[in-house]
Design a protein around this ligand. Sequence first.
Ligand SMILES: C[S@@+](CC[C@H](N)C(=O)[O-])C[C@H]1O[C@@H](n2cnc3c(N)ncnc32)[C@H](O)[C@@H]1O
Length: 221
Amino acid sequence: MKNISRVTRTKEEAKTSYDMMSKWYDLFTKVAEKKYKSAGLKKLNAQTGETVLEIGFGTGECIISLAESVGISGKVYGIDLSAGMLHVAQKKVSKSAISERVELKLGDGANLPFSNKFFNAVFISFTLELFDTPEIPLVLDECKRVLKPNGRICIVSMLKEEHDGLMVKFYEFAHLKFPKYVDCRPIYVQKNIEDAGFKKIDNTVMHMFGLPVEIILAQKM
Ligand SMILES: C[S@@+](CC[C@H](N)C(=O)[O-])C[C@H]1O[C@@H](n2cnc3c(N)ncnc32)[C@H](O)[C@@H]1O
């Protein structure tokens, strides 16, 4: 297994760049990333009455969909590092019919402000791969801590494979050269999940402009 690139920007720098990106983030990603996020939401299959957490909710696209799935008896929480993203997502949620069942917080996914065994499910899309390598197990440990027994986790992430295609090489070059703006990079999602002690239930690999994306569903044992 090859080494994955480190994330060298600080969290302060991440806050600043995501704050800056928050106003136009949907313009560039809403359509391009929709099918990967939809595939993840389908795999997670949030049910009526469930309590679900999204880490790194961005502009809140998946939060709304999760809130629709859990219905009036359920609740969806979100945590994101960027105040700009929180503002955009909160505005979207406030305008929707599901605002009562959504609670969005500013915070770090590596240090979740929730009690043990609180959630039925956790959803993370295009966010795990922007934690630095030593932090990925910490984030997954936090997910395990806040999940109920048999709780589910679904991760949508850029995937590192044994043989890098041209797009992966190009992406990793951009990550190396512009670490503040291209702050994520492909990771070994399944290995990370299994090392954290989750049981893999199902995974699918799709491609986004030639970049492999893994959508993985796992369960707390
Ligand atoms: C690439 S965006 C993805 C947003 C959304 N999940 C989506 O798929 O559209 C990454 C998000 O993670 C947030 N983020 C970055 N570092 C974080 C951290 N340490 N804890 C929580 N959120 C973080 C960013 O502010 C941003 O909103």
